[in-house]
Design a protein around this ligand. Structure first.
Ligand SMILES: Cc1cc2nc3c(=O)[nH]c(=O)nc-3n(C[C@H](O)[C@H](O)[C@H](O)COP(=O)(O)O)c2cc1C
Length: 453
């Protein structure tokens, strides 16, 4: 067990809640409560628990399609065994409701740049930031699957690099709209009938390759100046976008060496965009499987593993298989060569690298990928898990973690009641929120507006 090592630099922790939980075998555990994906009460409970743990934020992933829809369309009777991503709640409707029942925790939702208009996104997230008193965050994604395209009038998902080209311009429009109003634009002068100062509002007049947007935004500059922006792409264009615009970079990293290389690259690229690397928070995912002792945690992990069938494991590769039907390959043969994915290229690379490095069969690769989705799974007592987190943090591989609860309600409870107290004991994590806004708590400065220039 490590000694306490007080430091000024505090770890950032975001609860990445993807109901019914991040371990695919979790929902089948005897104490798992099913239905959390559409129970508002369950979302409230998870958010309030994460806030009790003084976690920086709660984060909701999203896609604009039922994830196993292609399997349903194929008439695959086992499609109904894919639970995660089958259904949920729309995050931009969910977060303002959660803002009303929490006071300090950050609220981050996913919004796709491929199937939205920038004005809508700018307006919704600025509103979330107003409602929550400065706790809003936007996870900018470009979407990953064909089935999302097909809900918006397209037969095929836009090409990977075109999506990122659009995402770059999309962000610039959103950021421009968020900067429509100076902080002190509203004067409310009853005596002179002056509501606002027109010199403190700007028309954007954006005219680019993908968008033509006049502006200004009909929501005032928000408490954080602009909501926190998160990006989690891992391909070349994904990393470049993250380095250019993100406050927080979420990632999936399996080893400390890879995480460090990723963080170094993002920080170095941020400098080339004129940014200060200390203004980025790099937070890889981690799935803690916790017990009061290492043995107890190991027992839990075995139980979780026994709950995943080979078939389910194979289906977890669907998103990264590049269209190849892996069911046609022998489970005990090697992972076949995969065509380049138009979805998650970074994630596909991680899978191939993991299978090649460890000489895994298709079955083994599928089971390992199903379990962590290329995120790091750490099993043990709070001290064992905290050792790994402390190592990554102190060796510069990250600024904190996206912590992924295994299932509802146990996952978040164990994080808050077992893991966080151990991180605190080591002086790595806060006992109280430092500020009122998510930006304050992440230790990030409020961006200057163009009116300050
Ligand atoms: C922690 C984390 C959360 C993510 N959440 C979402 C999400 O909610 N929706 C989505 O479409 N993609 C999500 N992604 C995927 C990335 O945004 C990105 O689309 C994916 O990694 C593919 O990008 P790439 O081709 O640049 O690697 C997430 C990735 C990570 C690491």
């Amino acid at each position: 067990m490590r000694d306490m090592t007080p430091t000024d630099r505090k770890m950032r922790l975001c609860a990445f809640w993807f109901p019914p939980g991040s371990h695919p075998g979790g929902w089948r555990m005897p104490d798992a409560i099913p239905g959390s994906e559409s129970s508002f009460a369950a979302f409230v409970e998870v958010a309030q628990m994460a806030e009790r743990g003084r976690m920086d934020a709660i984060f909701f992933a999203d896609s604009v399609a039922v994830q196993p829809v292609d399997l349903i369309a194929e008439g695959d009777p086992a499609a109904g065994k894919v639970y995660r991503g089958a259904a949920g709640l729309e995050p931009m409707s969910l977060l303002p409701a959660l803002a009303a029942v929490t006071t300090r925790i950050g609220l981050i939702a996913t919004g796709t740049t491929t199937y939205n208009a920038p004005y809508h996104i700018a307006r919704r997230f600025a509103t979330l930031d107003q409602i929550s008193g400065g706790r809003g965050g936007w996870n900018l994604v470009t979407s990953q699957t064909e089935s999302e395209a097909q809900n918006f009038g397209f037969d095929r998902h836009m090409e990977h690099d075109d999506r990122y080209d659009r995402a770059n311009e999309f962000f610039d429009v959103v950021a421009g709209l968020w900067d429509s109003w100076a902080d002190a634009a509203m004067v409310h002068d009853k005596a002179t009938a002056q509501c606002f100062d027109p010199a403190k509002v700007r028309i954007l007049n954006h005219d680019g390759r993908h968008f033509k947007v006049r502006g200004p935004l009909n929501v005032l500059r928000s408490p954080q100046g602009r909501p926190i922006v998160v990006q989690a792409g891992a391909s070349g264009p994904g990393k470049a976008l993250a380095a250019r615009i993100a406050d927080c970079v979420f990632s999936a990293q399996a080893t400390l060496a890879e995480a460090r290389q990723f963080a170094d690259e993002i920080r170095a690229t941020a400098i080339t965009f004129g940014r200060r690397p200390e203004h980025l928070r790099i937070m890889p995912g981690i799935i803690p499987v916790l017990g009061r002792t290492d043995a107890e945690a190991q027992e839990l992990l075995e139980e979780l593993r026994a709950n995943i069938t080979d078939e389910q494991a194979l289906r977890s590769l669907y998103r990264v298989a590049g269209g190849l039907d892996l069911r046609k390959y022998p489970l005990d043969g090697p992972l076949p060569d995969l065509p380049r994915s138009n979805g998650a290229q970074g994630r596909q690379r991680l899978l191939i690298g993991m299978a090649r490095k460890d000489g895994l069969t298709l079955r083994q690769a599928a089971r390992r990928f199903a379990e962590g989705q290329a995120h790091q799974l750490v099993c043990g007592s709070a001290a064992t898990v905290a050792d790994v987190m402390q190592d990554w943090f102190e060796q510069g591989a990250c600024d904190g973690f996206c912590v992924m609860p295994i299932y509802y309600p146990r996952g978040i409870r164990d994080i808050v009641d077992l893991l966080i107290p151990e991180l605190r004991r080591r002086g790595l994590f806060r006992t109280e929120y430092e500020g009122r806004t998510l930006r304050d708590n992440l230790g990030l400065p409020r961006p200057a507006s163009r009116f300050d220039a």
